[in-house]
Design a protein around this ligand. Structure first.
Ligand SMILES: Nc1ncnc2c1ncn2[C@@H]1O[C@H](COP(=O)(O)OP(=O)(O)OP(=O)(O)O)[C@@H](O)[C@H]1O
Length: 239
């Protein structure tokens, strides 16, 4: 069953009486890359965590295409990926364990994935010894191996240098090409223009705009979005 359209209706997250999400309405189709932008503290991470059930919303509805939430169809990668204290190959095969894939098959699939993400020569190294960029590639490969229908990426490149960012973006594009819907946050507006099909702009706990990337950067309709772009865009983007 399809998870899409994924619809959030009046979703609220109000811990201790303070509204972080204050009535989020959002509809996501099952294709492409949607980038969530917004100022610090806007609730971008909370939004992603609420969608995948890591945080319980305190109000509203999350409708998975009329069906029910399937945790095995949804993957998430965090800014600082979790690495088990074991080899690179064991770390990457991990996601296949709850899917009942046998040990031999897991190893073969993991090896093929390591080739794909350029870490085959590190297969037997301790995963915790990888660089930040390599760990992030591993985390993406681990989740990619499970072929999620929806992938949530929370600032996946925020602490990486430009070449590591480029490698991660290449993998994100490949995952998208295979038909996974991606919803990601970033503070890198250049990255948003490179990857996004559409932009969700979150401010004050609500979705202020949900438009194509071209429209967002060329004709932002809300004052908040205009200020955000003017304040954060370090160079002129030609659209
Ligand atoms: N589990 C939680 N319980 C209570 N409040 C939380 C929780 N997680 C986050 N918050 C609060 O929600 C607000 C929004 O946090 P969030 O991390 O979603 O912002 P963000 O838009 O991702 O910001 P940034 O761009 O700085 O990463 C913050 O004030 C944060 O302290």
């Amino acid at each position: 069953m399809s998870l899409f359209p994924l619809q959030l209706r009046d979703v609220v997250f109000r811990p201790n009486g303070r509204a972080v999400l204050d009535g989020v309405d959002l509809t996501l189709s099952g294709e492409g890359i949607t980038v969530v932008l917004g100022p610090n503290g806007a609730g971008k991470s909370v939004l992603l965590r609420t969608i995948c059930g890591l945080l319980p919303s305190t109000g509203g509805v999350i409708d998975w295409g009329g069906g029910s939430f399937d945790p095995l169809a949804v993957g998430m990668v965090f800014q600082h990926p979790v690495m088990l204290r074991s080899s690179v190959i064991d770390n990457i095969a991990l996601g296949l364990v709850p899917r009942g894939v046998g040990a031999r098959e897991r190893r073969m699939a993991a090896m093929a994935m390591l080739e794909q993400i350029g870490l085959a020569d590190r297969a037997n190294d301790n995963a915790r010894q990888l660089s930040g960029g390599e760990q992030q590639r591993l985390a993406l490969g681990r989740v990619w191996l499970t072929r999620p229908r929806l992938l949530l990426l929370d600032e996946p490149t925020s602490s990486l240098d430009p070449s590591a960012v480029e490698a991660v973006e290449r993998i994100v594009r490949q995952i998208r090409t295979e038909g996974t819907k991606i919803l990601m946050t970033t503070h890198n507006l250049g990255q948003a223009t490179r990857l996004a099909d559409d932009i969700v702009f979150l401010a004050g706990g609500r979705v202020r705009e949900h438009v194509s990337v071209r429209r967002f950067f060329s004709q932002p309709s809300s004052v908040e979005a205009r200020q955000f772009i003017q304040g954060e865009l370090p160079w002129h983007l030609a659209f």
